[in-house]
Design a protein around this ligand. Structure first.
Ligand code: SF4
Length: 382
């Protein structure tokens, strides 16, 4: 068996838990870094002994979290060495580390780069002190700016900056200022996410009891459209709903999720996907870090596993592919599922007639209007 896959490595610890965050992350002052890294490598050894990863080549590595930049650069280096020893890594592999301002300085970032990290993703979220405070972030605007400068000084030439919009109390002028400042820093890649209220988070509960008022829909839409226009004018191509890049700097790791490429997720709560056998399967690990480490010790950290039904796999192919501006290739759909796209998804005809989906260069993509209604379109395809 040969092929390429993407490797995700989950680091579940954070300095503090942000009140809007529903990621599998835990506030911690200390963490069992060596034991956790040992477990990651033990899980890797187990997973890459089996299909579809046995003999396959790693195309991208992404250290996500949580806050991976809390780990010592030596630990990241040990993990990258372990990955290279366990499987083939493509010479041009995209190797990304998520980092939070307030956890990194120049020397630490230089050490991450020496460890083998090639791309840095900085969780800026905002340059506005009040909004960072609302979001419960541990950093202020000056630390965000210092983090970006330190990343450049450390030699990172492939930099992503994340921003969040539609924060309670945010004004259009504040968002304009955030986007303008991001553009002045000229990252190779930018992500703009609207704040969401996920069940189980403090923000969700506060909104439910009226203690927190979400931004109104008009402002949220205006902010999204402003980011799209300003980033386009600055030479960024929007290639996915929330993602913008200079040509050639698209996040290949994320593209693999949208394109149904096999991915292996290591670590607490990490998810994995294999497109074979049949319509594919996916699994996830024990979520709590201690339970994950103990389960690896016992031999298998898998907590959930699912064999995908035809309908689930066909729906995922469609709505994940439609996240990308280039859309989906109907021929690729037919080759994968043995039936034409519109036979499996008859709702496509109505969405096209309503002007929400459009044919572009032989592919089917969200229209301009469809982009603004993406979530409801995806719901129709499920
Ligand atoms: S730093 Fe990121 S992963 Fe950690 S709690 Fe905040 S949003 Fe969640």
């Amino acid at each position: 068996m040969s092929g390429r896959f993407s490797l995700y490595v989950h680091i579940p610890y954070c300095a503090a838990k942000c009140p809007y965050c529903d990621f599998n992350s835990y506030a911690a002052a200390r963490w069992p870094e060596n034991a956790y890294a040992d477990a990651l490598l033990a899980e890797l050894a187990r997973r890459v002994a089996e299909p579809p990863f046995a003999g396959a080549t790693v195309a991208t590595v992404f250290f996500g979290g949580g806050t991976p930049s809390l780990f010592h650069p030596r630990t990241i280096e040990r993990l990258l060495d372990g990955i290279a020893a366990a499987c083939a890594v493509a010479g041009d592999a995209e190797i990304t580390l998520e980092a939070n301002p307030g956890t990194v300085d120049h020397s630490r970032l230089a050490d991450f780069r020496r460890a083998g990290i090639r791309r840095l993703s900085l969780g800026i979220q905002s340059f506005q002190p009040a909004l960072l405070a609302t979001l419960g972030r541990i950093h202020g605007p000056d630390e965000a700016r210092a983090g970006i400068a330190a990343a450049r000084a450390a030699g990172f030439a492939d930099l992503n900056l994340d921003l969040i919009f539609a924060v309670p109390g945010e004004t259009r002028a504040q968002w304009e200022a955030d986007v303008a400042e991001l553009i002045r820093f000229a990252p190779e890649h930018a992500s703009a996410y609207n704040l969401t209220y996920e069940p189980g988070t403090p923000f969700h509960a506060q909104r439910a009891r009226g203690a927190l008022t979400p931004l109104d829909d008009d402002d949220e839409l205006w902010m999204y459209q402003h980011a799209r226009a300003a980033l386009a004018a600055a030479g960024y191509e929007q290639y996915e709903i929330s993602s913008f890049a200079r040509p050639g700097h698209e996040a290949r790791h994320n593209q693999s999720y949208w394109r149904g490429v096999d991915y292996l997720g290591l670590g607490a709560g990490a998810h994995s996907y294999a497109h074979l056998p049949a319509w594919g399967r996916r699994w996830s690990n024990e979520r709590a870090p201690e339970r994950y480490i103990a389960a690896v010790d016992r031999g298998d950290p898998t907590a959930t596993a699912e064999t995908l039904a035809f309908a689930t796999a066909a729906a995922e192919f469609a709505f994940l592919g439609l996240r990308e501006m280039r859309g989906i290739d109907p021929a690729a759909f037919a080759a994968r599922f043995g039936r034409p796209l519109e036979e499996v998804h008859p709702e496509v005809a109505a969405l096209r007639a309503a002007g929400l989906l459009a044919d572009r260069g032989g592919r089917l993509a969200l229209s301009e209007r469809g982009l603004l209604l993406a979530d409801s379109i995806f719901a129709e395809l499920v």
